[in-house]
Design a protein around this ligand. Structure first.
Ligand code: C2E
Ligand code: MG
Ligand code: MG
Ligand code: MG
Length: 292
């Protein structure tokens, strides 16, 4: 339980209250103010190499630090923003924040950590968003794979042409494209070979079943082999346990993202994590050990 002062009353938030429904209208009326006030904060979840535990990247994940409701996770406001056309504004805001943060990491001499940003399928309907993304990349002096993009297979399936154009352009510029939540949406094996992805992220719903379901273990192993066969790297998403990690390592899974290594971290905590990871290691290696 976390206590919090609010207009003189102590308000205690617990898990069930945090799950409480937020009215769509409330989200939409406070959205613009929250953008102006910078109440949306980007958190960063490390992605590590399975074999070594070395950090190889991070995913940018937005949170809403709501003036009265506290921290709200994206699953509770992104669907409303998507339905009402605000998501693209948020995604552009997040992208700008990530550029600024990446710039400060690199200026501050931190180890190089590529950061991936989530794109909503709504973003692909917006031609000006697409040109803004390409402009940001062109104008930036950061290494070209500093900022990468995550798209879901559903977005790709529904928006073939716009999506193909943006993804081709960002890859030409040197950025990586990650296929997010693989296996959870409109999947077709053709899509994996057809489009230019660099990395496939196996959805958490599969990882959750590793311990209990032999069939799912076979599906995961086959997916990893198939991706490797066509030159793609694989990230397992939502790894929480040592037995899951061991299984994935045994399958040759390249990278791991999950609470087993770290939750998504605020900018400050992420910097602390990176600095700590440097201590006692060779200058060319950032070795991380699992945490609870
Ligand atoms: P995603 O892109 O698949 O991101 C991974 C989600 O899994 C994150 O949830 C992360 O916190 C969670 N996760 C990672 N490891 C574990 C684990 O070990 N256990 C558990 N229980 N969860 C884990 P989060 O941050 O709540 O984000 C949910 C979704 O919201 C994201 O799924 C993404 O689709 C969307 N999202 C987040 N930020 C943005 C954004 O800036 N723009 C857009 N368009 N969508 C975003
Ligand atoms: Mg993602
Ligand atoms: Mg995902
Ligand atoms: Mg997801």
């Amino acid at each position: 339980l976390a206590g919090r002062e609010d207009h003189g009353n102590v308000v205690v938030f617990d898990a069930s209250m945090r799950e409480r429904y937020i009215d769509q209208a409330e989200i939409l009326t406070s959205f613009s103010d929250s953008i102006t006030n910078k109440d949306f904060k980007v958190y960063y979840q490390p992605v590590v190499e399975a074999a070594s535990g070395k950090i190889i990247g991070a995913e940018a994940l937005v949170r809403w630090i709501h003036p009265t409701r506290g921290l709200i996770g994206p699953n509770r406001f992104i669907p409303a923003l998507e339905t009402n056309g605000f998501i693209t504004q948020l995604d552009y805001y997040v992208l700008q924040q990530v550029y600024t943060f990446q710039q400060s990491l690199q200026t501050g001499g931190m180890p190089f950590v590529p950061i991936s940003v989530n794109l909503s399928r709504q973003d692909f309907y917006d031609d000006s968003f697409i040109s803004h993304v390409l402009n940001l990349a062109q104008e930036s002096s950061l290494p070209t794979d500093s900022i990468n993009y995550e798209v879901t297979e559903t977005a790709v399936a529904l928006l073939k042409e716009n999506c193909r154009y943006l993804l081709q352009q960002v890859r030409l510029g040197g950025a990586k494209v990650l296929l997010d939540d693989f296996g959870s949406g409109f999947s077709s094996l053709g899509m994996v070979g057809d489009y230019s992805f660099d990395v496939v992220k196996i959805d958490k719903s599969f990882i959750d079943q590793i311990d209990a379901e032999p069939t799912v273990r076979t599906v995961i192993k086959s997916t990893i082999d198939m991706c490797h066969g066509i030159g793609l790297r694989v990230i397992a998403e939502g790894v929480e346990g040592a037995s899951q990690l061991e299984f994935l390592k045994g399958c040759g899974c390249d990278y791991i993202q999950g609470f087993y290594f770290s939750r998504p971290l605020s900018e400050g905590d992420f910097c602390a994590y990176l600095s700590k990871a440097q201590i006692g290691t060779q200058s060319d290696a950032v070795v991380l050990t699992p945490r609870d």
